[in-house]
Write a protein that binds this ligand. Structure first.
Ligand code: HEM
Length: 179
């Protein structure tokens, strides 16, 4: 069963402390391995999101009614979004020392998803959890507990930035369906 909390609201989570140099290096090193398999990893992450949290499909015109996993994997819209997500994460990881750059990437992403796609912000938190889960499985040799903790911290901080963007835009629940 799909369970979600906080839909329709914007979370107020405490922003984590900045990444330490060690955490930044662990994230960049582990991401290198993942990004070599960018397409496969991205598709695996998004398929897992849509299979485990089917209501997240509601925003995607071309596959919102598809349930079969293999069919989802083939969807051009899913594959395109997978590449976009992976490329955005890549930009963030490459610019961890440049907070202006990461903020500007997240502002563009937050604005597009709030205003154009009307995506509930809680799905970003859900996606973060799914990314951590899939990476831990697929790249278990690099995702040690310490590395996973650094990623968790990074995602918590990205999520704070995204929710701040939603809030600045005066986000109100738009959708009626939770799937
Ligand atoms: C790390 C998180 C994410 C990143 C970096 C990301 C990135 C992007 C980018 C770059 C685009 C195209 C740009 C645009 O339309 O302005 C896009 C489109 C879109 N995103 Fe995301 N996204 C993320 C998470 C999500 C989530 C969680 C959902 C919903 C559950 C979502 C739903 C959509 C939809 C519906 C589109 C339009 C797709 C289309 O027109 O084919 N995104 N995303």
């Amino acid at each position: 069963m799909e369970r979600m909390q906080g839909e329709g609201e914007v979370d107020h989570l405490e922003r984590p402390s900045p990444l330490t140099d060690k955490e930044r290096v662990m994230i960049q090193d582990s991401w290198g391995k993942v990004y070599q398999n960018c397409d496969d990893a991205g598709v695996a992450i998004l398929v897992r999101l849509f299979v485990n949290f089917p209501s997240s499909k509601q925003y995607f015109s071309q596959f919102k009614h598809i349930e079969d996993q293999e069919e989802l994997e083939k969807s051009p819209q899913l594959r395109k979004h997978a590449r976009r997500v992976m490329n955005a994460i890549n930009t963030v990881v490459e610019s961890l020392e440049n907070s202006e750059k990461t903020t500007s990437v997240l502002q563009v992403v937050g604005k597009a998803h709030a205003l154009r796609h009307k995506v509930e912000p809680v799905y970003f938190k859900i996606l973060n959890g799914v990314i951590l889960e899939v990476l831990a499985e697929a790249f278990s040799e690099v995702m040690t507990a310490e590395v996973a903790a650094a990623w968790t911290k990074l995602f918590a901080s990205l999520y704070c930035t995204i929710t701040a963007v939603y809030e600045e835009l005066g986000w109100k629940k738009h959708s009626t369906s939770t799937g």
